[in-house]
Design a binder for this molecule. Sequence first.
Ligand SMILES: NC(=O)c1ccc[n+]([C@@H]2O[C@H](COP(=O)([O-])OP(=O)(O)OC[C@H]3O[C@@H](n4cnc5c(N)ncnc54)[C@H](OP(=O)(O)O)[C@@H]3O)[C@@H](O)[C@H]2O)c1
Length: 256
Amino acid sequence: MGSLEGKVVIITGASEGIGACLAASLRRRGARLSLNARNEAKLSRVAGLDDLIFPGDLTEASVPSTLIAKTVERFGRIDILINNAGRGLYYTASTTPLDEARALFELNLFAPLELTQLATPHLRQTRGIVVNVASIAGHVSLPWLPVYSASKFALAAMTSAQRTELRRAGVHVMGVFPGYVNTEFQMHAAGPMPPERVLQGKRFAISPEECAEATVHGILQRKRTVVAPRKGWLLIWANWLFPSFVEAQLERALNG
Ligand SMILES: NC(=O)c1ccc[n+]([C@@H]2O[C@H](COP(=O)([O-])OP(=O)(O)OC[C@H]3O[C@@H](n4cnc5c(N)ncnc54)[C@H](OP(=O)(O)O)[C@@H]3O)[C@@H](O)[C@H]2O)c1
């Protein structure tokens, strides 16, 4: 995709954090935006005059289909779907309440799956792009985030499957794997706050603007995968090559 001028982009989770920065970056490049999140007031503050805003909880029936329908009604096409809305859940595996685990999967996995299914007929016409915002926790299972990690591993698996499935139709599917990003993500996560030693990775945090720029460059280059920051690859590779070593480090972070 050489230019983003005039492209119609849906961004979920656009009211703040990475999603809001994606909206700003894509708008600067001339994209036409359809923005979703639950909080209408925050969404309106982030939106530009020509953006479509559709407030709604993506885990509620009919919200994903209405988002797609309203976007097509307003702009007549969809070029890019960015599945960015997501949430954390801080518990150990043995203490995670099952209803909270299921609710997390509704947002982090099933909403992107449904949105992609609904958008695919439109993306086939434009040879468009699906962007799934996963996490480094979708490559390395992080302490205190077992169900969140599982939801992002599942999203990463879905991303690979969708890429294979849609390639011949000209639709590209990209996975984004951020490390720590300085947003309110941790405050918004459900469950008890973990001990500080578990959150050591925060010292490598990047800004949401940096994460959004890396994602937009990935879109422009139709990359398979974006890891932001790029040094996140070190953890991913270490986990592939030396899984016992990485597990020992994570166990130390978990138990002190
Ligand atoms: N921050 C990090 O360190 C980090 C690291 C790796 C991956 N990620 C991933 O990056 C993505 C964005 O995270 P962020 O850091 O920008 O988080 P954030 O600041 O908490 O923003 C999350 C966005 O999702 C929206 N949202 C939450 N629940 C929703 C629902 N049920 N329906 C529709 N929208 C909903 C929120 O808006 P409303 O509250 O208005 O609905 C908000 O706009 C997530 O998928 C997250 O898992 C973040």
